[in-house]
Design a protein around this ligand. Structure first.
Ligand SMILES: C[S@@+](CC[C@H](N)C(=O)[O-])C[C@H]1O[C@@H](n2cnc3c(N)ncnc32)[C@H](O)[C@@H]1O
Length: 173
């Protein structure tokens, strides 16, 4: 099972129909579409204009989705209510030049703001791509922060191969 399949299986049981969820990396819109079927409302960010275009196309007809073309590190400028679950699927837009690859510092800043916006017992689900350019440094930065601050990792998932992606499920409280 790949990480995306694991995430979709796991996350299904964490969301209630009246929840607000946030997709921090909309990409092709697949995860946003998945969240829109489970939540009252989904807010989805992407830094790439092409990703927003693709997501718009993928999410045609879905009236509970708001797409935001901005760095997810600015999440606190857009969201002023408590969130049940944030999803980060890091790395770059598939089938692109890779220029919109996620960067550790932005990811850390977005993660910290997301944690503040989470409701009690809410979740952050984050998948790291260790084989991507800068992917290991991004993972080490976030992992060190999570451990130093003793955040609750309730589940981890990785296929045991060199540089396999790693998913953490983090619960607030
Ligand atoms: C692996 S893709 C996401 C896949 C997507 N969730 C899907 O279901 O298709 C990673 C996405 O993160 C976006 N991204 C990277 N850094 C970002 C940032 N700082 N803010 C917002 N989006 C970012 C990229 O543009 C890319 O579209």
């Amino acid at each position: 099972m790949n990480n995306n399949t694991f995430v979709h299986k796991y996350v299904r049981s964490l969301i209630h129909p009246d929840d607000l969820t946030v997709d921090m990396t909309a990409g092709n819109g697949n995860d946003t579409l998945f969240l829109s079927g489970l939540s009252r409302k989904v807010i989805a960010f992407d830094i790439s204009e092409e990703a927003i275009r693709r997501s718009k196309e993928r999410l045609k007809g879905k009236n509970n989705v708001v797409l935001i073309h901005d760095n997810h590190a600015n999440v606190d400028q857009y969201i002023h209510e408590k969130v049940r679950l944030f999803l980060f699927n890091l790395g770059y837009l598939p089938n692109s030049d890779g220029s919109s690859i996620s960067k550790g510092e932005d990811t850390l800043s977005a993660f910290q703001k997301a944690y503040t916006l989470l409701e009690d017992m809410g979740y952050i689900v984050i998948t790291f791509y260790l084989g991507h350019r800068g992917g290991k440094d991004e993972f080490y930065l976030l992992d060190a922060y999570i451990r130093k601050n003793r955040l609750q990792i309730t589940e981890t998932y990785s296929q045991n191969k060199v540089n396999s992606p790693v998913t953490y499920i983090i619960r607030k409280g």
